[in-house]
Design a binder for this molecule. Sequence first.
Ligand code: AKG
Ligand code: FE2
Length: 413
Amino acid sequence: MQQRKLTADDICRYRDDGLLVVRGWFGEEQLQRATDAVLRGVRRKDVLTSGKPYPSPQTQYSLQRNHVEDPDLASISADSAVVRAAETLLGGDAVMSAFVCYLKTPGAGGTSGDYGGSHPTAHQDYKTYQQAGSSLNWLFAIIPLVDLDEPTGPLYVSPGSYKMTRTERAGPIHRVRRSRGDEIAPLVDAKLRRGDLLFMHMWTWHEGGSNRSDRDRLGIYNKFRAGHAPPACGPELFSEKAHAMVTCENRPLLPHHGDKPLDDARLLLQHGDKFLLMRNGDGTPRWGAPGGGVHEGDRSRRFDRCNLIDSLEINVHEQLGVEVPWMTYLGDRDRGDSICRVYAHPLDQMPTINAAEQIETRWFTRQEVVELQSQDELAGGFEADMIDLWMDDSFTRGVGESKRRAAPGRGEP
Ligand SMILES: O=C(O)CCC(=O)C(=O)O
Ligand SMILES: [Fe+2]
């Protein structure tokens, strides 16, 4: 095993190129255990393969999220030297936002083009509608488990392409102007080999080649994000077991976890120093944030089941007659049998509220919400906490969108 710590030169290269390949990072024993774990994993029945058992030809198998419960996948993913290096590049504490492993059998195709439509084959994975992709400070830690050579399907990357994407501050959030595929430098083969480690910036354009060899193409494609840069469309929840297993020097790396269903989503609507709460004339007289249950569109996806923005858009429109084009994730609250997810949306102008029959609305200051809480007049009980989270400017927040709005008609993920 060679280098396990980034040098000043590595850090400069990452800043210049938006990617860094460190050769020979992993030892053979760790690689073999991970490889065996992937092969165990793809034989499981719950793997996402459109029902084709491994090894069917021309098929991509994905191990995601709770497959990290396999100890050999957990240990390579939470490898402390990898996490420390990710923290150096992210500029702060890192958490794991996605565990992903792909295995492509011979004949499987390459990755598809960008969802924005500006490149036919390459893409970048900053996406306002995708759980890990919608954070504003994240990177890939890619661990090829075979040589990604010409026949097996290289990973092509566009050095420096991340610099073409720009952000601008818009009040409490940042907006991203994603670069277009025709603005970037040509893609080159990253020449990844088994044992290497690739760090890749969230805005770097890339493309995975098709597998024209006679063996499997496999690797781990994890995402790490800065702890203060939550995913704008809401994180996936890992199992409690995964949460307990995936730690780095005793620090849990999976902050979003829970085995209960996410079945409620609420919106904190802010205008100036006021927040809109509503109550239902025929129900309990408590005041709560608008929102409610999860609609079919958000339930039916296999991936990104935690993006509840579409449901919330629908519910808020029904309740208040207000169109909310985007929102940003704040936090989750345990409600006993289930989990409630809360988003926020700031309004520049006071909206016209056309509340549904029976619904009463009122704008409250934070202090008034705190008073409602002390009088036990809040429906959720977490409304004041969420206001405090929203006002905490140590977080870097972006725009979260429903998939229906951001990428209509696009397949998974
Ligand atoms: O197949 C590959 O090597 C690239 C996969 C990819 O684009 C991704 O994981 O985001
Ligand atoms: Fe990608």
